[in-house]
Write a protein that binds this ligand. Structure first.
Ligand code: MN
Ligand code: MN
Length: 276
């Protein structure tokens, strides 16, 4: 009896030690939609869930663009893969859906604006190529895409360089934007809606595990809502707003996997952190 007690004691000590001396967990690729499914996307043609290894999105066959795209970003997604530039139709859409092609945007005065950016998926050619599917694009005013948006995307990767992992959701709403040919409501004979507003929500966490559970009242959340217009300000921080405001414009529930008490706090704040 005594011997088995000693054995049990030794086992406990071993177990405790193995916990205390836990190695730091290597950064991992996490669920692109860990923070929640903002619109309860499923099989509706206006709210169709598409899950890819590189990002998850809700697609609207009526608008010919995603409602939102959600992805995880940390250093496991970043590498040396060159920009593939292989814009193409997404043939994983159901047969009944129109498949937007790259040339639908030609001459429109709008960029084929990535939601999940090419530069956020550079670990392999395959990952990068996935960002060029047309289901990841919106008609985006060149100044919005190439200045305002590019600046925030670069800042997000800087946050990763500083040891963070991010959960990013980008979406758009409304109808009609101002590109380099003036105000336009649709492309491709009405098959593609030009959104009026383009928004992004970024949750910033120090690299780690159990990410949803670590979001608390002090977690940094950056939310912006911008006009899809040539006259947009290049400074993304001038468009900072609350997640609550974006939720009320879109009808979505962002960060829905975070406890409601924490959501109530972090969704009501306007970020005032560094901007570069
Ligand atoms: Mn993580
Ligand atoms: Mn919410």
């Amino acid at each position: 009896m005594k011997f088995s007690k000693i054995l049990a004691y030794m086992l406990c000590v071993l177990l405790l030690n193995s916990c205390a001396e836990e190695e730091p967990v290597a950064p991992a690729r996490d669920n692109n939609m860990a923070m929640g499914n903002p619109s309860n996307a499923g099989t509706d043609y206006g709210n169709y869930l598409l899950e890819k290894p590189q990002y998850t999105l809700s697609y609207s066959s009526y608008r010919g663009i995603p409602n939102w795209v959600s992805w995880h970003l940390n250093n496991t997604w970043l590498g040396e893969a060159p920009r593939q530039d292989d814009f193409r139709a997404d043939n994983t859409l159901p047969p009944a859906f129109y498949k937007v092609v790259s040339s639908d945007y030609t001459g429109s005065g709008f960029d084929r604006g990535h939601n999940c950016p090419s530069a956020d998926r550079t670990a392999s050619n395959e990952d990068n190529s996935a960002t060029f599917l047309m289901t990841n694009m919106i008609p985006q005013a060149p100044n919005n895409n190439q200045r305002t948006w590019a600046n925030l995307e670069n800042y997000c990767r800087k946050l990763v360089d500083q040891g963070n992992e991010l959960y990013i959701v980008m979406g758009s709403y409304g109808k009609g934007g101002t590109g380099s040919n003036g105000f336009t409501e649709t492309l491709a004979g009405g098959k593609i809606t030009v959104p009026n507003r383009i928004w992004k929500v970024v949750v910033v966490l120090p690299e780690g595990t159990n990410d949803v559970g670590r979001v608390n009242s002090n977690t940094r959340v950056i939310a912006i809502d911008t006009p899809n217009s040539t006259t947009v300000n290049a400074d993304w921080s001038s468009y900072r707003t609350t997640v609550d405001a974006i939720e009320s414009k879109t009808g979505y529930d962002l960060l829905s996997n975070v406890t409601t008490g924490v959501q109530a706090v972090i969704e009501a704040k306007v970020d005032d952190g560094p901007v570069q």
